[in-house]
Design a protein around this ligand. Structure first.
Ligand SMILES: [Zn+2]
Length: 256
């Protein structure tokens, strides 16, 4: 299984998860149409695209520009029915033809996808994705404000965890940021990750932290928070952590 973040943050989100020659895009909003086309060209050097999974209808995850380019390319968006309804409402019903809603499980290409609702902003239905491909499992949680025991159980035993670490509480107190209450703080992410690792019989091989706030976070802070929290709980950190860059692709991760 391979993973590459293409961009991550309030300016735009997109990531690629692949297994063999098959790929899934997870959210797709790299910017203007030119940026969207460039991102797809880059993706095609790594794998095909079986579908685009969309977590929610906020414009930094899917929007009119990206829908137009996905339609040109003949790609299909897969998401929860309520996310589908909100995409049509916010970004135009002319793209409804490329959006195929699903509930429960979805088998597509080499992947099986399950979705779990998460709490985010009140009027935006949001899901996390749990993706398996052969013996590999990835859990992707972006844009959420709290985690539950059910989320911990769903993410347990993942080889790859992609988690939002939006803000540092001290920087938030200094600079403030409207809407941060809809996102995970670094310490919440550390607790979530610790919960998942505690529940797993095999530790994750890689953790990718994303959706960092530009004003209220710095790349080293969530990593430090996780190390400190695991240290406090005498729990060894055995995984590699990558922080997804805001507006550039991250390193291509290979999970073996
Ligand atoms: Zn959002």
């Amino acid at each position: 299984m391979k993973f590459r973040s293409l961009c991550s943050g309030s300016g735009g989100n997109a990531a690629l998860l692949c297994a063999g020659a098959d790929g899934l895009l997870i959210d797709f909003a790299p910017g203007c149409q030119r940026d969207c086309r460039a991102a797809l060209r880059e993706v095609k050097t790594i794998s095909g695209v079986a579908a685009v999974l969309v977590t929610h209808a906020h414009g930094d995850h899917i929007n009119r520009n990206s829908l137009k380019v996905l339609k040109e390319e003949g790609l299909t968006v897969r998401c929860h029915p309520e996310v589908c309804r909100q995409i049509n409402e916010r970004h135009g019903a002319e793209y409804a033809g490329i959006i195929q809603p699903f509930e429960g499980r979805l088998a597509i290409g080499n992947f099986t996808v399950a979705q779990a609702p998460v709490e985010h902003s009140p009027r935006c239905y949001t899901t996390a994705f749990i993706v398996t491909a052969g013996k590999y499992k990835a859990a992707i949680f972006t844009d959420f404000s709290r985690f539950t025991d059910e989320h911990v159980a769903l993410a347990a035993d993942s080889d790859l965890l992609v988690l939002e670490a939006n803000h540092d509480l001290e920087l938030l107190r200094t600079y403030g940021h409207p809407g941060s209450e809809f996102h995970m703080s670094n310490i919440q992410t550390a607790r979530f990750l610790h919960g998942i690792c505690g529940r797993s019989s095999v530790q994750p091989k890689a953790v990718v932290l994303g959706h960092l706030s530009e004003d209220c976070n710095r790349p080293h802070l969530p990593v430090k928070e996780i190390e400190a929290y695991f240290g406090l709980n005498n729990f060894p950190v055995k995984f590699k952590t990558q922080v997804a860059p805001r507006s550039a692709p991250g390193c291509l991760l290979t999970i073996k």
